[in-house]
Design a protein around this ligand. Structure first.
Ligand code: CTP
Length: 402
């Protein structure tokens, strides 16, 4: 469970074709442990029945200021106060225009005027409407006032046109709600995370790899983005979907990872190297698949050293905060302390991969944080998402102290 657990989301649904997708959003928010309270505009009720939202959310659905359908006392104020986060999805040009001009003439526009909770606006409409300068100006007004505006997806729209205006997928909307709720610990920072294992080719079909799943690095990238950072994830993991709000650069080998990281290092504030980089690669990559017949004897694989990417970054460090990982099977603290000095790191996350519930391909981890100038911090047994939260909190402290 993440940041939405136990939180109250007031979800405004205005009258766009995408209103039916908000039903899925209700489910997704509930899956995160949030309570959902829906307000529909009158136009929206012509597209989707309020009953559906009531059934899915388990809460009364407000559609008017004057009905007696609600159990809330002075309903719009009660809902405005109840909200930990307020979302409007889909947001039509009409509701966007009203909010931007301070018009409060129905239940949704009135409640939103009365809330002090962070507000997420997800515009969805015809492309020409979305591109209309007045709509764009209104969205900019809202952004300037601190509203979280989610960029719509581009694609084929219900009206037959192709372009920007589609309501983004549910996971993007849930992520936007999480971002709005988070404290913004890394707002304005550029963060580079590496994740997964590298694959070093032997021939066109074989490689040397390792058992890293990339889960830890992906959780860190997600949390950094949630805390407002601009995040690039250089990933060797193949099986994981791109996290919302993160730029993903896919690589295969250690040398590709090195190049991807080097290209961005100068403009990066924080580097977190969770990837399991192969220390060696085959000296030569066979151009064709190595065949049995050609090798009476078992072939010998000649290896050469890969660059130690993190070591290289440590040597070139100027303003960056560098965080490394250490996978150890024995003498964890001693080995980790050596690594922090040798690689010129600001922080090292050491995990004992000998434990069955920690390290590669698990959802949990047992880690110890080491710092350059502070005592080690041994964390309890946690999920990788929780470890990611702790890492980002510590990194934010380091960044603040700069
Ligand atoms: N790392 C790297 N490039 C490499 C090897 C490792 O950037 N060629 C980074 C990893 O991403 C990780 C850290 O270095 O953040 C530590 O990796 P680890 O494998 O634990 O240690 P090594 O430095 O390789 O030392 P050893 O294998 O002796 O434990």
């Amino acid at each position: 469970m993440g940041i939405l657990a136990g939180k109250q989301v007031v979800l405004g649904v205005s009258g766009g074709i995408a209103a039916y997708k908000s039903l899925l959003l209700v489910r997704a928010l509930e899956k995160e442990g949030a309570g959902v309270h829906v307000i529909m505009t009158e136009h929206a009720t012509n597209l989707v029945s309020p009953r559906l939202f009531r059934e899915l959310s388990g809460n009364p659905v407000s559609t008017t200021m004057w009905g007696d359908v609600t159990n809330h006392h002075v309903a719009h104020i009660a809902l405005a106060t109840l909200a930990d986060v307020f979302m409007i999805a889909p947001a039509t040009a009409n509701i966007i225009g009203k909010i931007a001009s301070g018009i409060a003439d129905d239940m949704l526009s009135t409640t939103i005027t009365a809330t002090t909770a962070p507000v997420v606006i997800a515009p969805a409409m015809n492309t020409n409407m979305f591109c209309n300068p007045v709509v764009q100006r209104n969205l900019q007004t809202l952004r300037d006032l601190g509203y979280h505006v989610v960029a719509p997806d581009a694609g084929e729209l219900a009206c037959g046109t192709v372009g920007a205006g589609r309501l983004p997928d549910t996971d993007v909307l849930v992520f936007a709600a999480e971002q709005a709720l988070a404290a913004g610990l890394l707002r304005g920072k550029r963060v580079l995370v590496t994740a997964g294992g590298t694959r070093e080719a032997i021939d066109p079909v074989r490689y040397i790899g390792n058992r890293s799943s990339g889960k830890m690095g992906y959780a860190i990238a997600r949390e950094a983005a949630r805390q407002g950072a601009q995040v690039t994830l250089v990933s060797g993991a193949e099986a994981l979907p791109d996290p919302a709000g993160v730029e993903v650069v896919r690589i295969t080998s250690a040398r590709e990872m090195e190049a991807a990281v080097a290209a961005r290092y100068e403009t990066t504030d924080i580097v977190i190297k969770a990837a399991a980089v192969a220390d060696y690669r085959p000296a030569e990559v066979a151009a064709q698949k190595i065949k049995k017949e050609a090798n009476e004897e078992a072939p010998t694989l000649q290896l050469v050293k890969n660059p130690d990417i993190l070591y290289g970054l440590g040597q070139k460090k100027t303003h960056q905060i560098l965080v490394g990982f250490a996978a150890e099977t024995e003498n964890l603290l001693e080995n980790a302390a050596k690594k922090i000095a040798k690689k010129n790191l600001d922080m090292l996350v050491a995990n004992n991969v000998a434990e069955p519930d920690a390290g590669f391909n698990t959802d949990t981890n047992r880690v110890t944080f080491l710092f350059r100038n502070a005592e080690p911090e041994e964390l309890p047994f946690l999920s990788k998402d929780e470890v990611a939260e702790r890492i980002i909190r510590s990194v934010a402290e380091l960044a603040k102290a700069r």
